[in-house]
Design a protein around this ligand. Structure first.
Ligand code: COA
Length: 534
């Protein structure tokens, strides 16, 4: 059934909402433009002088003409270090090569020689995690000086540090997920293992080198004097050592060879789905900016958002009149069927049961799930505890955790407390997770956190017969609220890779469609649930 909107685009409220969200989107856009410039003009010019392409230019030439690149985590590293580390120094995302979606991981050699800051490692690993979950071939465009040495303690030794990149390559290779690399610049030490661990690798003449130690270190260690080209250049590795398989004349040629490699891969499997002809929503997606309130505390009917995301604004609602603070139902996006679970208020026991039932249905039928998060959390209070809200919430968390169909999460408003878990937050392994610029994420809201901490302090003081004055309460509350405001921001989240990117709401359909499409190229596992506490 087609959703009917109750929004009036001529109302004052709509207009002020629109202006507010348009400004937010402009600040996002400005940030993305700055990020896409990488390490700046000087570093770019120095690369071009050597006949090299830049990371984003390589990707553009690698993917099929007239297809778009689904770039992930563009805000990684934003205001994270004293240095400017645009996009975390690495470009990752999904692009089509000979019609096959591939995970592309390209070092940005203009950002400190493409070296790995802790966030670079995290972003590289997240890209590999997405590739593994969706069984996408990985294409590594390598141009990196390896670990960012001043931060080696945060890059090298731990479980999810640099070494995990090669572990993931080995694991994916064993799972028949192709691992392919092309070497465009110096690959030293750890960096040398990316091509060495690949199933197939390409190396570019004159600019690409692979060695465990560069010429200065070799001289210091053994006294041997050798040029970089003689030590580990393209000719050495394609004709003497066998570390690389294909010799490329230049960057363009290397990208052409990568395309050839993908073209000659075996057939890929597909998940069986009943696809429909794609259609546009009946309502203009740009109206989302006028619909979203300026404050998270104001109610927005999630159906107004759904109507501007799904094909023809058609939504077949499930249990419409039951547990109405949670909306569940079926729709299509770009012709792909999927189920939606969206918040329309706080979560009650019945909402958790309704969502659990809906997740079971989707898993039974092999229908992917989209979680639209705008959630303050589960209802609190004596009546609800007595009704067993904890055990009903736990059923939902079980179902979300074990649903083996693809899961996408989009935070359209708040993402607080256990609501984040029940609605498939980052820890529940959604295939992709995005935020809108107005979204906020934290364990609870700033005012609530301030109240809790003030209450705890008051109780402590009361034991000694003391109490806080009004001024002391205020001076305790203010910094806590400021901290929560800062740390709950969507940009703060994305800088740390708590999500896969912040989206302009108007681009949501595009992102969700490309993300859903990336999940279809293998057969999904059967879901198996654990014990639901009754
Ligand atoms: N850690 C920290 N910073 C590094 C670095 C590293 N491993 N490698 C390079 N940088 C920095 C440089 O200091 C320079 O910083 P600046 O712009 O603030 O001056 C910037 O990255 C660019 O380096 P530069 O040498 O000018 O660029 P390039 O394109 O000519 O060469 C490399 C890039 C990576 C090939 C070269 O710098 C190099 O060989 N680095 C050492 C690699 C290494 O031995 N790594 C060991 C890893 S375990």
């Amino acid at each position: 059934m087609q959703l009917k909107s109750n929004v009036s685009p001529t109302s004052q409220e709509y207009r002020s909402n629109f202006q507010f969200h348009q400004e937010l989107c402009s600040s996002l856009q400005d940030l993305l433009v700055t990020t896409a410039r990488g390490g700046g003009e000087k570093a770019a010019a120095s690369q071009r002088k050597r006949g090299k392409l830049l990371a984003r230019e390589r990707i553009e030439k690698l993917i099929d003409p007239e297809t778009s690149f689904l770039e992930l985590s563009q805000l990684a590293g934003y205001q994270l270090y004293d240095d400017f580390v645009p996009a975390g120094g690495i470009v990752t995302g999904i692009g089509q090569v000979h019609g096959r979606p591939c995970m592309i991981v390209a070092n940005d050699q203009t950002v400190k020689g493409g070296t790995y800051y802790p966030i670079t490692v995290k972003k590289h690993l997240r890209a590999q995690e997405i590739a593994r979950k969706n069984k996408l071939p990985c294409l590594y465009l390598v141009d990196s000086g390896g670990a960012y040495l001043p931060l080696q303690a945060e890059v090298f030794p731990d479980r999810d540090d640099f070494g995990k990149i090669f572990y993931m390559q080995a694991q994916m290779s064993a799972e028949s997920i192709p691992q392919i690399s092309s070497v465009h610049g110096f690959c030293t030490a750890g960096g040398a293992y990316i091509p060495a661990m690949s199933d197939q690798s390409v190396i570019v003449k004159n600019t690409g080198t692979i060695f465990l130690a560069g010429p200065p270190l070799v001289k210091a260690a053994t006294g041997e004097e050798v040029t970089a080209e003689e030590l580990g250049g393209a000719a050495v590795h394609t004709s003497i050592s066998g570390v690389s398989d294909h010799l490329a004349e230049n960057d363009e040629h290397a990208l052409y060879i990568l395309r050839q490699i993908i073209e000659h891969l075996g057939p890929q499997k597909h998940q069986a789905l009943k696809l429909k002809k794609p259609t546009e929503p009946a309502y203009d997606p740009s109206e989302l900016l006028g619909i979203l309130p300026t404050e998270l505390s104001k109610f927005v009917d999630i159906r107004e958002i759904i109507a501007r995301i799904v094909d023809s604004s058609e939504f077949f609602e499930f249990k419409k009149n039951y547990a109405t603070t949670l909306v569940t139902g079926f729709a299509h996006l770009g012709g792909i069927p999927f189920g939606i679970i969206g918040n329309n208020g706080v979560l009650f026991s019945e909402s958790a049961l309704k969502a659990t039932h809906f997740i079971e249905l989707c898993c039974q039928e092999g229908t992917p799930l989209l979680f639209l998060q705008n959630i303050t959390g589960f209802m609190v209070g004596k009546q609800y505890e007595h009704d067993g809200i904890a055990k009903h919430g736990a059923k939902l968390v079980h179902a979300v955790a074990n649903a083996a169909v693809p899961k996408l999460t989009l935070v359209v408003g708040g993402s607080f407390g256990a609501g984040n878990y029940g609605m498939c937050g980052r820890a529940y392994d959604p295939n992709f997770m995005y935020m809108w610029p107005n979204a906020r994420i934290s364990v609870m809201g700033g005012p609530q956190a301030a109240d809790v901490l003030v209450t705890v302090k008051q109780q402590q003081l009361a034991r000694d017969g003391k109490s806080l004055s009004l001024e002391e309460v205020e001076s305790m509350r203010a910094p806590i609220m400021q901290k929560y405001e800062k740390e709950g921001h969507a940009f703060y989240s994305s800088a740390r890779l708590w999500d896969d990117g912040v989206l302009d709401p108007r681009q949501t359909r595009d992102y969700l469609w490309q993300s859903l499409a990336a999940t279809l190229h293998h057969e999904w596992d059967q879901s198996r649930f654990g014990i639901f506490r009754m």
